[in-house]
Design a protein around this ligand. Structure first.
Ligand code: NDP
Ligand code: DGY
Length: 330
């Protein structure tokens, strides 16, 4: 807590008072901050009881902000700020109905997430975790012509599902690897954006059929939920690699498991799953050709710090009634 704050520690909570400068004529108003001071998510019951009467709420993607939370907060709640670019954990219809403003953190995590997407793609297509495990377990006996071979990006076709901020940043990073052709899907063609990569807008089915690598970077919406399913995987090439850094539920995981287990596709890299965390006995974890990471797309120290500051600034601007640095249009 900042020096001079009146704070008390109560188990895992920090509660402190802080003076904030409001804009109208330099009036100073007091703002009481209740902070869940733990890396672990705030337990639901705790959130429901502590949220009562707040004017602003700063949350994480692990906090489901639905009607129950909004009811528990009551009519004083005016601003929600999420420390994430994804907002599928927010009940936007209900939030809009109540006239609550929403802040989020686009752009600042684009580079980190694109970098991780590329790392995951390379890990999956060149079998890095599997190969590293061979070194540890003594499976590395000698150099063998076909041992640990995978698939490379040179002269390949890459399909991007959702050519948004992160999708474009992925394409920008993959292009120098010698990708021959980019395909993309979305709600419609975006020729100006796509021109940088010479990317072609295609239906999802064609993207599945022609891509050597599929990278999912779209937002989770009712339209994208379960979009990568049995039909999708059955259209992919046996030699193709699937990567998802958007949200777990864009993928039907049972269908993905079957596609990987039956050799319908070569490999997958997932930074997001359903549920999160993925249970350690989940069938996907038994597969050598599936690399799974614990939702670390934006996890660089600098990015998380910038996200936190942006989320706080969004909240404060909303409380002051000012334009937020990044406000979601509802
Ligand atoms: P953007 O809003 O810039 O991009 C979202 C993209 O989703 C848009 O290009 C949009 O395409 C596309 N999309 C929407 N509907 C469909 C559809 N039906 N089919 C295909 N594409 C569709 O967001 P960002 O790039 O900043 O972030 C994207 C997502 O990545 C976030 O929502 C979040 O879920 C996830 N994410 C994950 C991280 C991680 O740690 N793994 C880190 C950060 C983000 P169009 O413009 O044509 O509608
Ligand atoms: C987001 O911001 O939506 C990511 O999933 C985590 O950074």
């Amino acid at each position: 807590p900042p020096a001079g704050c009146d704070h008390r520690e109560d188990q895992q909570h920090l509660e402190h008072r802080k003076d904030l400068q409001f804009p109208s004529g330099g009036t100073v108003r007091r703002c009481r901050v209740l902070q869940w001071d733990s890396e672990e998510p705030v337990p639901r019951a705790e959130l429901l009881s502590r949220v009562a009467g707040v004017r602003g709420l700063l949350c994480l993607l692990s906090d489901r902000i639905d009607r129950e939370v909004l009811d528990a907060a009551g009519p004083d709640l005016k601003v929600i700020s999420t420390m994430s670019v994804g907002f599928d954990h927010l009940a936007l219809d209900e939030i809009k109905k109540r006239g609550i403003r929403v802040g989020y953190t686009p752009d600042v995590l684009t580079d980190a997430t694109a970098e991780l997407s590329v790392a995951l793609l390379l890990s999956a297509c060149r079998r890095l975790p599997e190969a590293a495990e061979q070194v540890r377990s003594g499976g590395w006996t000698t150099w063998k012509p076909l041992w640990m071979c995978g698939y490379g990006l040179s002269d390949s076709t890459v399909g991007i599902i959702g050519l948004g901020r992160i999708g474009q940043a992925v394409a920008r990073r993959l292009k120098p690897f010698g990708v021959r052709k980019f395909l993309y899907t979305g709600s419609g063609p975006k020729p100006e954006t796509a021109a940088e990569f010479g990317a072609e807008f295609v239906p999802l089915t064609r993207l599945a059929e022609e891509s050597d690598f599929v990278v999912v970077t779209c937002a989770l919406t009712p339209a994208t939920q379960g979009m990568c399913n049995k039909d999708f995987f059955s259209r992919m090439k046996k030699t193709s690699v699937f990567v998802n850094t958007s949200r777990g539920t864009v993928v039907n995981q049972e269908d993905l498991y079957n596609a990987l287990a039956q050799g319908q596709i070569a490999a997958a890299g997932l930074d997001v799953t359903t549920p999160e965390p993925l249970p350690t006995d989940h069938p996907l974890l038994s597969l050598k050709n599936c690399v799974i990471l614990p939702h670390i797309g934006s996890a660089t120290y600098a990015t998380r710090n910038t996200m936190a500051v942006l989320a706080a600034n969004n909240l404060l601007a909303g409380l002051r009634g000012e334009p937020m640095p990044h406000e979601l249009k509802l």
